[in-house]
Design a protein around this ligand. Structure first.
Ligand code: GZL
Ligand code: ZN
Length: 330
């Protein structure tokens, strides 16, 4: 009997605590003492970058830190994100954090979140909505600036080339990372009439898709083209492209095929140290702490910064040292 009394007292105390803090207990099924409930919709697990990004979120939004994290993986399908967010709204979470797959299609579901009074934090890529007030804050990179880092490297590396043959491998169509990195290369092509786009293909940010697409392209070429630059919109595409190129007898590296990639994950830095990747542009995936800062600000009644950009850095072979690799968290 004593245990029953104790349980009753505990529940009453927890309820009092919840009422005191004015936080409506989110209906997450399990009893949530005064944890901040965060509904999180992640793109998927398509790349090394994405895995590091998810780990960074899970490392911050823990019960010890005062959170209950409801983490859902959309398997790169926008429609899965919309249903996740509608679930979060029903569960009356305190915050919605979304890493959007694509920019379009968000207006109605974010209006529903707004009507439910749930702040939405957009992380990494952007959403394209009519009413910007539907987004409380965005934390992520400037993808066009990343692309321009690569275009400037091309300009410095190939001074007035007779003809620079370029293959462009795009990321997930309609994602901000693809849009920004593509725009930079488009601007480079427009600015240099001797830059020649051999072909553009869809790598969807994965190694497998890129390996298939590059293999199919090279099989269609008779004779094999002279390739100077392969512009891959993330590291995993670069790994797939290199595998296919080498299978067709190409050499990737200095004074051969220059492979450019984005993310600067550990494996890409290794490729860069071997010279197989000529330039990899960093896009920091460790965004968990920045997202938490937004939530802490709001919990303290402060208006969070509307837009937080992470820094852009590029790595060439000569930049890769043991110390750099040891210091990397992803
Ligand atoms: C960039 C992120 C991209 C990475 C890819 O911030 O959106 O998605 O560059 C990932 O590796 O798939
Ligand atoms: Zn596509």
């Amino acid at each position: 009997m004593k245990r029953v009394w104790a349980a009753l007292l505990l529940t009453a105390a927890a309820l009092a605590l919840v009422l005191y803090s004015g936080r409506q207990p989110a209906e997450t099924g399990e009893e949530t003492e005064d944890l901040i409930v965060v509904g999180m919709s992640q793109v998927g697990a398509e790349s090394d970058w994405r895995v590091a990004n998810s780990e960074s979120m899970k490392a911050v939004f823990t019960e010890e830190n005062g959170y209950r994290l409801l983490f859902e993986d959309a398997k790169q399908k926008p429609e899965n994100q919309f249903s996740s967010i509608r679930r979060f709204i029903q569960q009356q979470v305190d915050y919605i954090v979304v890493m959007p797959v694509e920019e379009s299609g968000w207006d109605s579901v974010l209006q529903e979140a707004s009507a439910a009074g749930i702040p939405v934090i957009v992380v990494d890529r952007k959403v394209d909505v009519q009413d910007e007030t539907l987004i409380t804050a965005r934390v992520g990179a400037d993808f066009y600036a990343e692309g321009m880092e690569a275009v400037r490297w091309m300009e410095q590396t190939y001074k007035d080339p007779a003809q620079l043959n370029i293959i462009h491998i795009q990321g997930t169509h309609g994602s901000t990372a693809q849009i920004g990195r593509t725009q930079a290369l488009e601007d480079g092509l427009a600015a240099h009439e001797t830059w020649n786009l051999l072909t553009r293909m869809d790598g969807d940010f994965t190694r497998a898709k890129t390996y298939e697409a590059m293999t199919a392209y090279l099989e269609s070429c008779e004779p094999l083209p002279q390739i100077h630059v392969v512009y891959c919109e993330n590291d995993n595409e670069a790994f797939g492209a290199i595998q296919a190129l080498e299978a067709f007898g190409y050499t990737c590296g200095k004074d051969a095929v220059a492979v450019i990639s984005f993310d600067a994950t550990r494996e890409a830095l290794e490729y860069c140290r071997q010279g197989k990747i000529s330039l990899t542009v960093e896009c920091d995936p460790l965004l968990g702490p920045l997202v938490e800062e937004v939530i802490r600000d709001m919990e303290a009644g402060k208006a969070p910064e509307k837009e937080r950009h992470v820094k852009v850095r590029a790595f060439r072979q000569e930049d890769i040292t043991d110390a750099l690799l040891e210091g990397r968290q992803y």
